[in-house]
Design a protein around this ligand. Structure first.
Ligand SMILES: NC(=O)c1ccc[n+]([C@@H]2O[C@H](COP(=O)([O-])OP(=O)(O)OC[C@H]3O[C@@H](n4cnc5c(N)ncnc54)[C@H](OP(=O)(O)O)[C@@H]3O)[C@@H](O)[C@H]2O)c1
Length: 323
């Protein structure tokens, strides 16, 4: 397929949503990518950290990064589940260097403890994947008093990146990948209500709004950490068959089941962003190895300075300075 034709097909798939997000889109695009796969052992000697690595896309990401030679730190809230994931990955990647760390990314005390533990264990982090995700059935607050999806998708990842900054800087060209969701396309930044306190709470809306926050904040995170050689990428995986989708969206899983991607296909762009050369520019949203628009609907657009206001609020919630 010519480059121009494959770009046109890619765009049609993307705008059709179902075509692009399912395994159909992945298979059609995959056919054009072979030359673009990260080279074997691309991550040999490098250290990668993956949150939510006990299940679904996180486990698939950890396996793929290990296959490329990285030492992988699986960050999980249930260490027994983490050890099961390690055993499963080792069957697939014998000799993989894998470490399990307990951390609840929604709990800021737990994030601080994990960062201190990792700073004592390794000298650098080359890849940090913020994959842990949740769709709460009802509104709940963490021990720090933050709404759960905001804490899991925004506060925990920002704090963890900030606390691991010396390790990321030590890698000189570290890559941070934030796993968002195509569901965010339906939402705008809830800039006046980031804790989702007002109106009727819906787990699906809370999930999509906090996933929108991840996309909106990516350029600002990039700006904050760029001086240390850290690139921040955001991506969405399309629709993949994972325990999370089965549990949180059983109806969707039943209807779409045969068309869902496998977890490795959902994780493909995370791994590509982590390992491809030359390094992609930071601060953008990606899906299936291509930059994607942040918005399709005019009503979701930033009305001026909203991302910056949200960023100031996040830094304030975390008691972090503006630099
Ligand atoms: N699958 C899809 O089609 C799809 C589509 C769009 C976006 N995503 C995103 O992809 C990411 C992975 O989702 P998935 O589909 O693989 O779901 P999953 O199978 O439910 O995996 C989610 C992982 O996150 C972990 N996690 C949740 N809250 C955590 C916390 N507070 N601290 C630490 N770990 C936590 C879970 O740990 P436990 O094992 O302890 O529960 C689990 O390992 C999420 O960010 C999700 O929003 C997925």
């Amino acid at each position: 397929m010519s480059h121009r034709l494959s770009r046109a097909v890619d765009t049609v798939l993307d705008r059709s949503v179902v075509g692009g997000y399912t395994k159909i889109g992945y298979r059609v695009r995959r056919a054009t990518w072979d030359a673009d796969d990260p080279r074997p052992h691309a991550l040999r000697g490098k250290a990668a950290v993956v949150t939510g690595a006990s299940s679904g896309l996180g486990k698939a990401t950890a396996a793929a990064l290990a296959r490329l030679g990285a030492g992988v730190h699986l960050v999980v809230r249930d260490p027994a589940k983490g050890r099961d994931a390690v055993a499963e990955i080792r069957r697939d990647v014998p000799g993989a260097e894998l470490h399990v760390h307990r951390c609840d990314v929604a709990d800021l005390t737990s994030v601080r403890a994990f960062a201190a533990e990792l700073r004592g264990a390794v000298e650098r982090v080359d890849v940090l994947v913020h994959n842990a995700g949740t769709m709460p059935p009802e509104r709940s607050e963490t021990a720090d008093g933050h709404e759960l999806s905001y804490a899991t998708h925004v506060l925990g990842p920002v704090l963890m990146t900030e606390l691991l900054r010396p390790l990321l800087a030590a890698a000189r060209t570290a890559r941070v990948v934030v796993v968002s969701s195509g569901g965010m396309y339906a939402q705008r930044i809830p800039v006046d209500d980031p804790e989702l306190e007002h109106g009727e709470y819906s787990g699906g809306a809370a999930y999509a709004r906090t996933k929108r926050m991840q996309v909106a904040l990516t350029p600002l995170m990039q700006e904050r950490w760029a001086a240390d050689g850290i690139a921040v990428h955001c991506m969405h995986p399309g629709w993949a068959d994972t325990p999370g989708v089965l549990t949180s969206l059983p109806g969707f899983h039943k209807v779409m089941g045969p068309l869902l991607r496998d977890p490795a296909a959902g994780a493909d762009t995370v791994v590509w962003l982590a390992a491809t050369e030359p390094a992609p520019g930071g601060g953008q949203l990606w899906h299936d190895r291509a930059p994607r628009p942040d918005h399709y609907l005019p009503r979701t657009r930033d009305r001026g300075g909203e991302a910056e206001r949200l960023w100031a609020r996040v830094l304030d919630d975390l008691s972090l300075g503006s630099r």
